[in-house]
Design a protein around this ligand. Structure first.
Ligand SMILES: NC(=O)c1ccc[n+]([C@@H]2O[C@H](COP(=O)([O-])OP(=O)(O)OC[C@H]3O[C@@H](n4cnc5c(N)ncnc54)[C@H](O)[C@@H]3O)[C@@H](O)[C@H]2O)c1
Length: 384
């Protein structure tokens, strides 16, 4: 069987996600391992073409990793027939225009979340992709992480019985940037640049809830900008115009209630930076990025409320660890491999631009709820 060399234009590889997760840990790692094997035994070998604004930075990355092709001219790359896929990990604000150009050039597209900075733009991209007949996808990496794969196993096995509620806790302290450098880019804290924790995290909550449990039918949210002033990469003080915390209740089809806190202004007292507790009639689980612990109804201790006595219950010791039972590759890489199989061997790929648009719908509904103080119902999103 002949191997398929697949040209992949990669825009945004000088950024955190583009460089570390997508270029080095996914595309270059796949190349190093000889490509992705298809069911017929042939292999897809991705060949990156780096795209960006700074020739100097692109050249440095290309030299460091022995990559032959790079360019600051997106149009030229998009008119190159050897490039079949356009990938975008630019800042959110810059994504829509580039993805439009890629679809118009007939490329398949795969993009970071959120797919655009508004629902209307995200829907438009999904429609353009459908009308052009190209394959398309959005990064939904958390579904491919060990902790959530184990959680999926539990759901699929019927472990929970009827799922009653989900509580998610996400966050950590992001330094303001004055007395210690911030560990996230400054655009994350400026609404005018596509920043904000709702726009950043609600797309993740959307696909996790929808694909592991049930679609979200309503959201009630409160958002805050707890830290009103920050310092950017150049040490300049700026006003934070975007939300840095969101406290939300999501009502799922079928009645499960999910409550998720998202914050860049919180200190961590958890085992992992995100954790979800799922409670069902037959059992409960606590899943993070890597680990997953369970407690079945048959071993549930009888907790008794008595504030006058020292509580003998060692609650956190009463849970079992779900074993790995397999090796888990990097989640971003796993999703790239699936996308290549989708392109070349028709593997199912539910992570398309329409799913990405539903993530934007949830983010916009969350912000509307926060502005109005009301619960916002979610209509079915469909392409015209
Ligand atoms: N899947 C995930 O878990 C995850 C995590 C973090 C970020 N993201 C998404 O990835 C994208 C990139 O985020 P990041 O944290 O890597 O950001 P980053 O600031 O580290 O990188 C941004 C990239 O966009 C490029 N860019 C293009 N136009 C720009 C402009 N006008 N101003 C600044 N940079 C510009 C930069 O050169 C750089 O390559 C965002 O859309 C974000 O939502 C996804």
């Amino acid at each position: 069987m002949g191997d398929h060399v697949l040209g992949v234009a990669m825009n945004g590889v000088t950024g955190r996600m583009g460089y570390r997760q997508h270029l080095t840990r996914s595309i270059l790692a796949i190349r190093q391992d000889g490509g992705v094997e298809l069911p017929d035994g042939s292999r897809v070998i991705p060949e990156p073409v780096l795209v960006g604004r700074s020739a100097e930075k692109l050249r440095a990355i290309a030299e460091r990793h022995g990559i032959e092709r790079w360019s600051t001219d997106l149009d030229a790359v998009l008119s190159d027939d050897s490039v079949e896929v356009y990938f975008d990990a630019q800042i959110t604000h810059a994504r829509e225009a580039a993805v439009r150009a890629a679809i118009a050039a007939g490329k398949h597209v795969y993009v970071e979340k959120p797919t655009a900075d508004s629902l209307s733009a995200a829907l438009e991209l999904a429609k353009l992709a459908r009308d052009a007949g190209i394959r398309n996808g959005v990064v939904q990496d958390k579904l491919f992480l060990p902790g959530l794969l184990k959680l999926r196993r539990l759901v699929d096995s019927g472990f929970f019985g009827r799922i009653l509620s989900i509580r998610g806790e996400f966050g950590y302290w992001v330094f303001e940037g004055d007395w210690q450098p911030a560990q996230r880019p400054s655009w994350n804290y400026r609404a005018e640049d596509g920043g904000g924790i709702v726009l950043d995290m609600f797309p993740h909550w959307h696909y996790i809830l929808e694909q592991l449990f049930a679609p979200v039918r309503a959201v009630t949210a409160r958002v805050a900008t707890h830290i009103p002033e920050r310092w950017d990469e150049g040490g300049r003080r700026y006003t934070a115009t975007a939300d840095d915390a969101a406290y939300a209740v999501f009502e799922l089809e079928g009645g499960t209630v999910a409550q998720i806190n998202s914050s860049w202004s919180v200190r961590v007292d958890r085992d992992e930076l995100v954790e979800f507790q799922v409670d069902g009639t037959h059992g409960s689980a606590v899943a993070g990025l890597r680990s997953c612990r369970v407690q079945h109804r048959s071993v549930t201790p009888k907790a008794v409320w008595d504030p006058d006595a020292v509580d003998p219950g060692r609650y956190r010791e009463q849970w079992d660890t779900v074993p790995d039972n397999t090796e888990f590759p990097n989640g971003f890489r796993a999703q790239w491999e699936l996308f290549f199989k989708h392109l070349r061997a028709d593997a199912p790929f539910p992570h398309d631009l329409l799913s990405g648009a539903r993530g934007l719908q949830l983010a916009e509904a969350g912000l509307r709820s926060a502005q109005s103080g009301r619960t916002v119902e979610l209509e079915e999103v469909a392409l015209p």
